[in-house]
Design a protein around this ligand. Sequence first.
Ligand code: SF4
Length: 297
Amino acid sequence: MNLSGTVYRPPYEAQSFLLQVTHGCSHNKCTFCSMYPDVRFSVCPMEEIREDLEEAARICPHVKRVFLEHGDAFVLSAERLLEIAAEIHKYLPEVKTIAMYASIQNIAHKTDEELRMLKEAGIGGLDIGVESGLDEALAYMNKGHTAKEAEQQLLRLQAAGITYSFNIILGSAGADLWKENAETTAALLNKVQPSLLFTGTLHAEKGCQLHEDMKSGAFKECTIGQLLDEQELLLNLLDLNDTVYFGSHPSNLVPMQAYLPKHKKEMIRYVKETRRQLKGHLDEFPVRGSEGSILNR
Ligand code: SF4
């Protein structure tokens, strides 16, 4: 297999076959990200992709789902993605879904017709770091999209029938704007009605801009109490019809997997219960371990 560098994938892609089609991330500028600091973005040659698929056909011929690596494989042109999808179906005929990380800009660069063709080719389950519905937070994080652009592109994706995970980062607007972050993010989610909502909580590894800004005080991190307040407000404001809530990332104070709207009340109760349990720590900043896990809880 030609997988190179650190390989990232969403937790729910654990059973998927990972196929490298790009190296690094074409954007590579998010202030909180330390995934591909030294990787120059490039596109894998088709020959290399075919070699991997030949190998996959020998070792896991019955695989049902493929996840394309690396950071934003949906940046590839529709033409290239359709070529890759055709090869996947040739070598792995039982594959139903071809998933990958995608950005809002990646969607914007494709026409409605291309999106429909990609859906027909089995592309779905895109994992999209929308992160927030608040423009100030998006600008600080250097995401390269506004909340309005996210709304427009996600609605286009939905119209084409392509499923996706809407990823948010709790605490991403910092201590002064946690309330606005919850309000605007809930409003965006309510408009686009994603089938999957993935939550993580802001944390920074050494080497990224956010880490520097937290150290210098240029970015004011939320306290444990503010993170819980933000999450509770967000949940209260959500008006989702049928969404899987995937919140088990180690960075989260309140790890939860649930369905919305079915479990909304229990989820809010769980946040309140966590606040009671952490009574003595609410004014503290989270102390982080590996993968952003919170140690002072
Ligand atoms: S788009 Fe994703 S991989 Fe690329 S810099 Fe931002 S967070 Fe990192």
